[in-house]
Design a protein around this ligand. Structure first.
Ligand SMILES: [Zn+2]
Length: 460
């Protein structure tokens, strides 16, 4: 049977924790400690105790939301009255019975009508996070209750799971450039998928892999239902990773089910237009702008430029290095060597203290043929966790004196007679082995070409 083709439409609602020091309506810390205990960052406000009223909303949260809106090309609604709403629902994670949000059918969103990498942005919302409820034990942890969340709603412009994943990757990189979202917390995504019938919503997926699998499964499921003449109603699903399936949670509720009412304890928000233009002027370069600069100003090839732009710290490091050395010529010292030592030590550039000046010193020493590349790589291994000036190191200079190298070569041949014989019998790899032995004996300081020539002379 030939499948009738449907206009596949996918839209996203992306939730991320805004990078603030305090919670949205109280002074409790927003930043979690490693191994923190439950309910250690709480107060009467963020636990929703009777009689407690919210403080004025955290200004930093609104500032971050505006920055994100600008990156997404949205119009910031500075000329409109933004009203905090109570979104009611009964669930153990929200003891006051409602969530405060600037969203819902009767509300003007903080920003709207954007476009990012070809996908239209409908609007953005600001809201508070509920607590964490464990359905197995019934225990509730309020540490995350009241954290500021942004919700980014897209139009159903995506046409495939791959399209979604590629776009989300670009979004995450762009947001990391303005440091507006908490890196450690990641993002959570609700995905809307429609094929032949009403759209369904898959709730709360927290990794790119899962998002891809959930969308692909859901498309397949809907098309099978179509063939079986099952009507597709509007509904809410969850993705069960272990089964690899989407599972029905409930028939979709309409906006009226949340009984939105304006929050009487919070003032109407007016965004200052001057503040918006100031934030716009001071936005850092976007990943696309950085990429363009690497290609045109620094003349870096595309593959390396793309490696650099994926990580703001790395591209900043490169630009600092480029002020001191011919960074194009020595690009591999960033995109290969620096990443090698970071990966080996399972660290990110943020977690260590590597000064671009120290790498520049090393590169200059190679350039002037004062040290060998091998020695430089060995020194770089010691740059974690803290880099240092090579002026502090003695005995690192390159050995070019041929009589000194001859002695190392004689030693290497004497200690490895079999390798020497093998080479004479035609085994080329044995030469590399012997060069390696000379490097070890000279603590990686012997000049490569002189060593090779000298070994060839002795092995004739
Ligand atoms: Zn609190």
């Amino acid at each position: 049977m030939v499948e009738k083709s449907f206009p596949l439409k996918i839209g996203l609602e992306i939730h991320g924790y805004l990078n603030t020091k305090e919670k949205l309506f109280c002074k409790c810390k927003a930043i979690s400690e490693k191994d923190e205990k439950p309910n250690t960052r709480i107060c009467p406000i963020c636990t929703g105790q009777p009689g407690s009223k919210p403080m004025l909303p955290n200004k930093e949260a609104m500032k971050k939301l505006i920055q994100i809106s600008l990156i997404l090309g949205c119009r910031v609604n500075h000329d409109k009255r933004l009203v905090w709403q109570r979104k009611h629902y009964s669930w153990p994670d929200i003891p006051k019975g409602y969530q405060n949000t600037i969203s819902g059918a009767y509300s003007t969103p903080c920003s709207e009508d954007g476009k990012f990498h070809g996908i239209k942005i409908t609007e953005t919302h600001l809201e508070e996070d509920p607590a964490r409820w464990n359905p197995d034990t019934g225990k509730i942890d309020y540490n995350r209750s009241g954290l500021p969340l942004i919700e980014i709603v897209t139009e159903p412009d995506f046409r495939s799971a791959d399209n979604v994943i590629e776009w989300l990757k670009n979004l995450v990189i762009a947001l990391s450039y303005i440091k507006a979202i908490k890196k450690s917390a990641g993002i959570k995504v609700d995905v809307n998928v429609s094929t032949y019938g009403e759209r369904v919503e898959i709730k709360n997926i927290n990794s790119l892999d899962k998002i891809k699998r959930a969308i692909e499964y859901e498309i397949k499921r809907q098309l099978e239902n179509y063939r079986n003449k099952i009507e597709q109603k509007r509904e809410t699903l969850t993705y069960d990773e272990s089964k690899g399936k989407t599972i029905k949670m409930r028939e979709k509720e309409g906006a009226e089910d949340y009984r939105f009412i304006p929050e009487p304890d919070l003032p109407v928000v007016k965004i200052d237009e001057k503040e918006v233009s100031k934030l716009k002027q001071n936005l850092p370069e976007t990943p696309d702008e950085k990429l363009n600069k690497l290609l045109t100003k620094y003349k870096i090839d595309k593959a390396n430029a793309e490696i650099l732009t994926k990580n703001l710290e790395l591209v900043d490091f490169f630009e600092a290095l480029a002020k001191q050395v011919d960074a194009k010529k020595y690009i591999s010292w960033v995109t290969i060597e620096l990443l090698r030592i970071l990966n080996y030590n399972k660290k990110t550039l943020e977690e260590v203290n590597i000064n671009p000046e120290h790498l520049a010193e090393l590169i200059k020493a190679i350039d002037k043929k004062e040290i060998t590349e091998l020695k430089a790589k060995q020194i770089m291994n010691e740059f974690i966790p803290n880099s240092f000036s090579i002026k502090q190191k003695s005995d690192i200079s390159k050995i070019s004196d041929s009589s000194e190298i001859e002695n190392f070569c004689k030693d290497a041949i004497k200690k490895n007679p079999k390798a020497a014989e093998d080479f004479k019998a035609g085994k080329q790899e044995s030469l590399n082995f012997l060069i390696g032995e000379v490097m070890k004996l000279s603590s990686r300081r012997a000049d490569y070409q002189t060593t090779k020539n000298c070994l060839l002379k002795f092995l004739k």
